[in-house]
Design a protein around this ligand. Structure first.
Ligand code: ZN
Length: 188
């Protein structure tokens, strides 16, 4: 699977706008390392370093070209934190601190930045093409009727999707809802 098969050329171009001079950047023709988004590899191709630190006091921190992670966080959360901190870098920020989920921890401006970083992280880790492809595969391999999905079917698809894409169930459900994937269409 190539980057061009999961990301639009616009998105790849935007990513490469923040790459360091010495780094190769993300090449549309390059193969992903795995069947999900290899987010750590992507940030490295852009010239960022990832450091895992004990007792960081936050899930993630951006310090210029270094993304610091809380070593004790589960892999899904670390992956989301990498993508989230990259989102701050995309906004031209060089310092950011990812605290808990409480809005009261942030000022209004910071809250806006947090929303942007979370949306960016969702787009990066769960691109539409990859989400649709996986949902179609799960439906087909479980012989589900895509025209008549039950609540149980959808729950099952979500949990499978979460493990295929290596993101939390909560993130997957939020993303799929935003993409309107299970909303009935008028077309036949
Ligand atoms: Zn943040």
């Amino acid at each position: 699977m190539k980057y061009s098969e999961v990301f639009s050329s616009d998105f790849i171009e935007k990513l490469n706008q923040i790459k360091t001079q010495e780094s190769p950047g993300v090449k549309a023709d390059n193969e992903l390392e795995c069947e999900y988004i290899d987010v750590e590899n992507i940030v490295k191709m852009l010239g960022f370093q990832v450091e895992r630190i004990e007792n960081l006091g936050a899930s993630g921190q951006l310090d210029c070209k270094v993304i610091k992670l809380n070593k004790d966080d589960v892999p899904y959360r670390q992956r989301f934190s990498i993508a989230h901190e990259l989102g701050h870098a995309m906004q031209g920020q060089s310092k950011a601190n990812r605290l808990g989920g409480r809005a009261s921890d942030y000022s209004i401006d910071e809250q806006k930045d947090e929303v942007f970083a979370n949306k960016f992280a969702a787009r990066l880790l769960m691109p539409l093409k990859l989400v649709s492809k996986n949902i179609n595969n799960i439906i087909a391999s479980n012989k589900m009727d895509s025209n008549k999905l039950s609540r149980e079917n959808v729950d099952y698809i979500m949990s499978e999707l979460s493990s295929k894409l290596q993101v939390s169930l909560q993130s997957v459900e939020f993303r799929v809802r935003n993409l309107n994937i299970f909303v009935e269409s008028e077309e036949e």
